[in-house]
Ligand binder design. Structure first.
Ligand SMILES: [Zn+2]
Length: 424
């Protein structure tokens, strides 16, 4: 691929699943910064490069996708953070392992491969719970070291036909390949799935887990749009992709994490019984209008209203003399704050728990990122919960703030104020 200026690798004028050129933009957040480009000063943060952030749907297969692809080297150059492993995540991995053992009959000698398995957390659980053999495929050298030290062998490559061939040569054919929160970040999804097909044992399964496109629309999760997140995925485009590559989706399960994800099982055609869940999900998508342009037009208007209402509410509070801060300098929060065109004059600071982010400035907005001590020493009147999927945990862990009269604001799916007595 030829690289253009400014880190944009290409413009997406054909659907990455079905190649159709019949694409319509339905979300336009304007020029936005890269979410992970934290800066050393407020001025640097505001002067950071910006790119058009737009989402379009495909009239043929209904995949939603960004209109541009940014060079991964640009995107991930500041991506040094190791995703902190919460107990909730380990529990999620454990229940996934048990569920996969039961549905796929995984046992002793079977091989499980995790694509972009990070520091090996998922596979470590698989190894413990199921006693299976495991291999992590992840390009990040520093994470590979952590994974290997934890007993999870790691091939340091991007997933593709070369990595697949190396897995087969060194470990044999896997019975299961997992890719959690990876598929939506992949540009060339056809090569990605083909490499899995070439690698899998005859009765093996590729399991993709990704944020579900229905939840994205239904719960107005427009803040999950960022440049790493190339696709917003319904089941229909995945079903179609699988069929085109000689495979079949044979099961789908809903998971209630990260604002709603689905787990999709793909195998070689004719090798698995197809569960009723597959046709049920497709039928529901159709019935609820997700294979129809109207839903996307309505959503466009809803999101415009959501943003302007949020800006109006915050501006009114600010004009009344209130001090406002936010919680969690995540990619999500970055999208919301930049879509609202806020800066440090509106939001004084963002509280975060990641040591590498403290003392830096949020890209685009220039808002300083601070640790929790600031929340106690210099408390705001209102704390905007940007990481709304962790609202409960954040409220529970900032009890002193609310005990002293601090109030919470949850922006999505609609502006909500939680007073100190817990009343909305
Ligand atoms: Zn398409």
């Amino acid at each position: 691929m030829k690289q253009k200026n400014n880190g944009v690798v290409r413009e997406v004028s054909n659907c990455r699943v079905c190649s159709s050129a019949d694409l319509s933009v339905y979300l336009d957040l304007g020029m936005m910064p890269l979410a992970n480009n934290l800066a050393a000063t407020a001025d640097d943060a505001k002067a950071t490069n910006r790119y058009p952030m737009q989402v379009q749907y495909c009239h043929e297969c209904w995949l939603s996708q960004l209109t541009i692809v940014i060079d991964p080297r640009e995107l991930f150059s500041n991506y040094a953070y190791r995703s902190s492993i919460s107990q909730a995540y380990v529990n999620h991995c454990r229940s996934m392992a048990k569920s996969l053992r039961d549905s796929l009959g995984l046992k002793g000698d079977d091989l499980v491969v995790d694509i972009a398995g990070n520091d090996g957390a998922l596979l470590a659980v698989f190894k413990d719970e199921l006693g299976v053999r495991v291999v992590n495929v992840d390009p990040a050298e520093n994470l590979a070291e952590i994974a290997t030290a934890a007993g999870v062998p790691t091939i340091t490559r991007f997933w593709g036909s070369d990595a697949a061939a190396q897995v087969v040569a060194e470990y044999g054919k896997p019975k299961l390949i997992t890719a959690t929160n990876v598929f939506a970040h992949v540009d060339d999804v056809r090569s990605f799935v083909m490499a899995a097909k070439d690698c899998l044992s005859e009765d093996g399964a590729l399991m993709l887990e990704f944020p579900y496109g229905v939840d994205f629309i239904e719960h107005r999760e427009f803040d999950t749009v960022y440049f790493e997140h190339l696709s917003y995925v319904l089941l229909e485009p995945v079903r179609r992709l699988a069929v085109e590559l000689g495979m079949a989706v044979f099961d789908v399960q809903k998971q209630e994490i990260h604002g709603g994800t689905i787990r999709v099982f793909i195998g070689k055609q004719g090798r698995h019984d197809v569960m009723p869940s597959v046709s049920e999900f497709i039928a529901t998508e159709k019935r609820e209008g997700y294979h129809d342009p109207d839903v996307y037009g309505d959503w466009n208007r809803e999101i415009d209203a959501l943003i302007s209402d949020f800006v109006a509410e915050i501006t009114t509070l600010k004009e009344g003399g209130a001090k406002i801060a936010a919680f969690a300098a995540s990619a999500k929060g970055n999208t919301l704050l930049n879509a609202c065109r806020f800066d440090e004059n509106t939001v004084d600071y963002i509280v975060d728990d990641t040591p590498q982010k403290i003392g830096r400035f949020s890209p685009g907005t220039g808002i300083p990122i601070v640790d929790r001590t600031v929340l106690a020493e210099d408390p705001p009147d209102y704390l905007v919960i940007l990481a709304w999927n962790f609202a409960k945990e954040i409220i529970a862990s900032t009890a002193e703030f609310s005990a002293d009269g601090g109030q919470y604001i949850i922006p999505i799916p609609a502006f909500k104020n939680i007073a100190p007595d817990g009343e909305a």
